[in-house]
Write a protein that binds this ligand. Structure first.
Ligand code: 3DO
Length: 604
């Protein structure tokens, strides 16, 4: 029998209407449900008509799974969905937030805090396109990125997911959306989602709204600001994202002036869907409706009611799947939630699925498998690393710069717990949710290896993680490269009131820099306390969380390329100045927003 909704020649709205007319309440509610990979199975998909599946941070089929392993897993789940009466494909989503970061051997790009420094939206767009290919390589059509938070306080554990404290930089970096999804056609209506087929993925602007403005930078906390402030600082990047056809928007765990965003009908339905005419779907954060009440899950059916009535279309994180489905169905049957609200949600979800061609191409093949961690993508990541570095100091005396470093000398020292640690330089949201130390997590180039590859073959490179003063004194090094910083974290585990660099980092700086000329490279998700050590340091470089391609750091240290990066965040002197952002009356930074010394490439 001919089914109109299955006919790609029919107009989008005709297909949506035809399909919705056929759907039962159970089928509609299923579409609104997103479950985690570990609870998903073909049987569950089929039984409950589940609309979406996610991999949370670090959630993989098994460690070191290949592209083929991922495709097999995603396709198996999809076959469960396709076996239902109406055969509506599920949409699989994952946090590809700096490349396809959960996946072994994927290219790991710098975290957003570094990309903001580049001031290069076209670069970020290319990163989006590369990430889309790597995500599709594993059979996945949807990423929970970009994070367009405007981090106003580096004490926030998610600061590195934010491009800048300045909303203008965040707005410019929404170019990653057409990178991920493809360019929306020039004539497309404002707010209509767009995904350009099998080599692109649906994007997700998050977290709506004010996630980066919480008091003292406490994760998931309360953002106290008036409507003007919200509109001027935290909202602008949503205007850009919607104009560029972003398919989905994730709501923030945080509250605005004491009200949980997940229950904020005025902002989700009134503003986002009404005023901004966003036509994609709104997704909750992981188990975020549970947190509408304090304590979480104190009244789950109320959470369902408040969240769905506020305008959430897809609810993420059903560990208690049956309870959720029953609660929602009960509330619709008893007119607590009007059917029109359910129809709005399902229409939006189906619109994205139709637009992206999911009905025509629900199953992945292995044709893109070679995109995962490709050399071309690694070169792009390396370019991004080069452009994300900020040179904060270059020489104790102005006319005696230390950088660029000479490649041909007798002997150099590389020190610091971050010098030969791929996991540290990638940070959180890499292979696991919180990140992993060491060099076994995935493939890439550590800063130490990059240095070794870059110096002249006759230069002896001595590596000592934590050398003592006598060792440094007795060796007569020409200079030292000290790499220190923060160890990996994600979300609330990264909240920090002190913002100090991890020991033995500070003692390595003093042991080395007290004896020999040194450049200190800071690997961190945000500005950290550096003022106490600054006088001792000859040259200082902020490398943020550069990812798998450490070669980009050596490219610039040794002058194959010049330093060009400008701070996209204010570098504070001491934490008691915080919050302190560019334009503030009490602005008295160590290095101001926009600061960055430059060097010229050395002719070789
Ligand atoms: C994050 C956002 C993320 C989600 C799914 O904890 O892994 O998990 O997209 O806030 C939450």
């Amino acid at each position: 029998v001919y089914m109109k909704y299955k006919d790609p020649k029919q107009p989008l709205n005709v297909r949506i209407r035809d399909l919705m007319n056929r759907m039962s309440l159970e089928e509609k509610i299923g579409q609104m449900t997103q479950i985690e990979r570990h609870v998903a199975s073909p049987q569950i998909m089929r039984k409950y008509f589940i609309g979406s599946v996610l991999s949370g941070g670090g959630s993989v089929p098994f460690p070191k799974a290949t592209a083929a392993d991922w495709v097999k897993m995603v396709n198996e789940i999809q076959k469960g969905s396709l076996s239902t009466r109406l055969g509506i494909p599920m949409i699989y989503g994952i946090d590809a937030v700096h490349g396809h970061n959960n996946v072994y051997k994927a290219t790991i790009f710098p975290h957003n805090v570094g990309l903001g420094v580049t001031r290069d939206p076209q670069l970020v767009k290319r990163i989006g396109a590369a990430t889309a290919l790597e995500v599709r390589a594993t059979g996945i059509p949807y990423t929970f990125a970009p994070c367009i938070a405007v981090c106003r306080d580096p004490r926030w554990g998610r600061c590195y997911e934010s491009y800048s404290e300045d909303h203008r930089i965040v707005q410019a970096m929404t170019e990653i959306i057409p990178g991920l999804q493809g360019d929306a056609p020039a004539n497309s209506r404002k707010g209509v989602p767009f995904v350009g087929g099998k080599t692109k993925v649906a994007a997700c602007a998050k977290h709506f709204v004010g996630d980066g403005g919480t008091t003292k930078g406490i994760d998931e906390n309360n953002t106290v600001i008036d409507m003007n402030g919200l509109l001027n600082i935290h909202m602008p990047a949503y205007f850009d994202s919607i104009l560029k056809g972003v398919s989905t928007i994730m709501v923030s765990y945080s509250s605005w002036n004491g009200k949980r965003m997940h229950a904020n009908r005025d902002l989700i339905t009134g503003f986002l869907k009404g005023k901004l005419k966003f036509r994609g779907f709104v997704i909750s954060d992981w188990e975020a409706i549970d947190k509408i009440t304090e304590p979480p899950r104190a009244n789950y059916s109320y959470s369902v009611q408040a969240g769905v009535l506020a305008g959430l279309d897809m609810i993420m994180g059903q560990e208690n799947l049956v309870e959720f489905l029953d609660d929602l169905a009960f509330q619709v049957r008893n007119n607590i939630i009007p059917m029109s609200r359910i129809d709005d949600a399902v229409m939006r979800i189906l619109r994205v699925k139709f637009v992206m061609g999911l009905f025509e191409n629900p199953l992945a093949d292995l044709s893109l498998a070679n995109q995962l961690g490709s050399q071309e993508h690694r070169e792009l990541a390396r370019e991004a690393v080069r452009k994300s570095l900020v040179l904060l100091k270059n020489g104790k005396v102005t006319n005696q710069p230390l950088l660029p470093l000479p490649k041909k000398v007798k002997k150099i020292l590389v020190a610091g717990i971050h010098a030969d640690n791929l996991g540290y330089q990638c940070g959180g949201w890499t292979i696991s949710w919180q990140g992993i130390g060491g060099n076994d997590l995935t493939t890439g180039t550590t800063i130490l290896n990059a240095v070794k590859k870059t110096v002249h073959p006759s230069t002896q490179v001595v590596y000592q993680e934590n050398p003592d003063v006598n060792f440094v004194k007795s060796n007569h090094f020409s200079y030292a490269i000290v790499v220190v910083g923060e160890t990996p974290y994600a979300e609330m585990f990264g909240d920090s009131a002190k913002l100090t660099i991890a020991e033995p980092g500070p003692s390595i700086i003093s042991n080395v820099c007290g004896v020999v000329k040194c450049v200190v490279v800071v690997v961190s998700g945000r500005p950290v306390v550096i003022e106490p050590y600054l006088a001792n340091i000859d040259a200082l470089v902020a490398a943020w969380l550069p990812g798998s391609e450490g070669q980009g750091v050596a490219d610039v240290l040794f002058g194959d390329y010049g330093f060009t990066g400008k701070l996209a965040r204010t570098w504070f002197k001491s934490v008691d100045q915080l919050p302190m952002n560019v334009g503030d009356p009490h602005y008295d930074p160590l290095f101001p927003f926009g600061f960055g010394l430059t060097t010229k490439p050395v002719k070789s």
